[in-house]
Design a protein around this ligand. Structure first.
Ligand SMILES: O=C(O)[C@H]1O[C@H](OP(=O)(O)OP(=O)(O)OC[C@H]2O[C@@H](n3ccc(=O)[nH]c3=O)[C@H](O)[C@@H]2O)[C@H](O)[C@@H](O)[C@@H]1O
Length: 409
């Protein structure tokens, strides 16, 4: 009897500790798994249906002689403008976006809604999802890929370095792999960045300049992307064009960019800080209006030669290009601030002025008018509306109105 009781006791103890161990293991696994994009899961489970495929095909359908383009990052700032422009001129467009929460995803959803009204299907999925990419290339013979999905932002790289590796390096490689294996191979145009010029001091920046001094991890991942592009072009014959964007601004812009949060802070009476560069000079940027970027993207797609590979080998050398998409006259950030001050003057409060960390001696007169001032005004309006949650609906309508009226590439 005693023996039996001891045996039962041992089994119970074993079961107890095994349960504790399994529970702990599950808990640890659950806690330490990398944040997954719900988007990717969604595609795999319920959206991969005949209806889904039909939507993809319909969205990719182009007028005869036009392009069929997969746009990654389609719910992003540049991606949504480019997708709309392509669709408008008769190209087939399928969008892909992971709707991550780097900034308010409802802004991305609002862009998606507008695109869907124009017949562009934006799939919720990640560029690291090999299966999804393969599926898309199986369903559609894309002539081109406009690759705009990326982890953007220069300063956020210090907070979340892994996200830059995930999107700008791993994601780029996964996409290139899918393109190289596709039959026929598409031509690729993708977003690099002016940040690759890093610590270079010679201006204006030229594509011929050496770019080996990145000043941020973001810049380093974009530079790495350019080298990776070279490799895929060299080995597999992919036709690849890299576009170095210079601080793009405009309606539907990214809230993490300076013109957005400067406006928000000025309106709220909060302080803003303007960074200083070398020699204690205010930093300057080639602010580039979104319409010009869209023209550059479309021009790059239209002039891209075909890829030359198939079955993992190239038949002959393929095109490899890099272009700056910017201006040659950097604008000091203090000038941006003065324009915002001027445009927002009815809203600006004394305290905000006191807090402004800009050079007080700056003569406003010679700073008059950034290229296309009016658009800063719109951006300021958008920012203001967006900053008030209860007015989000109105904000979306404002966006929609703006989009309908203004964009005509
Ligand atoms: O085109 C590019 O290469 C890059 O442009 C922007 O990066 P950035 O130029 O730093 O844009 P903003 O964050 O809007 O900053 C604009 C300027 O304001 C300055 N700034 C920013 C924030 C701040 O608090 N104070 C300040 O002076 C920045 O140093 C920069 O000179 C984008 O965020 C990048 O994703 C993009 O690749």
């Amino acid at each position: 009897m005693d023996k039996h009781r001891r045996w039962t006791y041992s089994i119970t103890k074993l079961v107890f500790w095994a349960t504790i161990f399994a529970g702990t293991l599950l808990f640890v696994c659950f806690r330490s798994s990398p944040p997954s994009h719900s988007a990717t899961m969604k595609w795999g489970s319920s959206n991969n249906t005949p209806q889904w495929e039909k939507r993809v095909r319909l969205s990719a359908r182009s007028r005869s002689g036009h392009l069929s383009v997969l746009v990654t990052g389609a719910a992003g700032f540049v991606g949504s403008h480019v997708s709309a422009a392509l669709k408008r001129r008769g190209d087939g467009v399928v969008g892909l976006d992971n709707f991550n929460s780097y900034y308010d995803p409802s802004l991305k959803r609002a862009r998606q809604k507008l695109l869907e009204q124009r017949g562009v299907f934006v799939i919720e999925g990640d560029i690291n999802d090999e299966k999804l990419l393969k599926k898309l290339f199986d369903i559609v013979e894309f002539t081109h890929v406009m690759h705009l999905a990326a982890q953007a932002g220069v300063r956020y790289a210090m907070k979340n370095p892994g996200s830059y590796i995930h999107s700008n390096i791993a994601g780029l490689v996964t996409l290139f792999e899918a393109c190289k294996s596709a039959n026929p191979q598409p031509s690729i145009v993708w977003a690099s960045s002016s940040s690759v010029y890093g610590l270079n001091s010679k201006v204006p920046f030229s594509e011929k300049d050496q770019t080996d001094q990145p000043a941020s991890l973001y810049a380093a991942t974009k530079k790495a992307g350019e080298e990776i592009a070279h490799t895929y072009n060299h080995i597999y014959g992919l036709s690849i064009t890299g576009l170095r964007f210079f601080t793009v601004y405009g309606p539907w812009g990214r809230p993490d960019m300076a013109y957005f949060f400067f406006t928000k802070n000025i309106l709220k009476g909060n302080p803003i800080s303007v960074f200083k560069g070398s020699n204690n000079k205010t930093v300057a940027r080639d602010f580039t209006y979104i319409d010009d970027i869209v023209k550059g993207c479309l021009g790059a797609l239209d002039t891209a030669e075909k890829s030359t590979g198939s079955g993992g080998k190239k038949k002959k050398n393929a095109q490899l290009r890099v272009f700056n998409l910017g201006n040659t006259s950097p604008v000091p950030v203090t000038k941006l601030v003065s324009i915002l001050e001027k445009l927002l003057k009815q809203n600006i409060t004394k305290s905000a002025k006191h807090h402004l960390d800009v050079n007080e001696n700056l003569t406003m007169a010679h700073l008059a008018g950034l290229h296309k001032n009016r658009n800063y005004y719109f951006s300021a309006q958008i920012c203001y509306l967006w900053s008030l949650p209860k007015r989000k609906k109105q904000c979306t309508e404002f966006y929609a109105f703006w989009q309908m009226k203004r964009i005509n590439y």
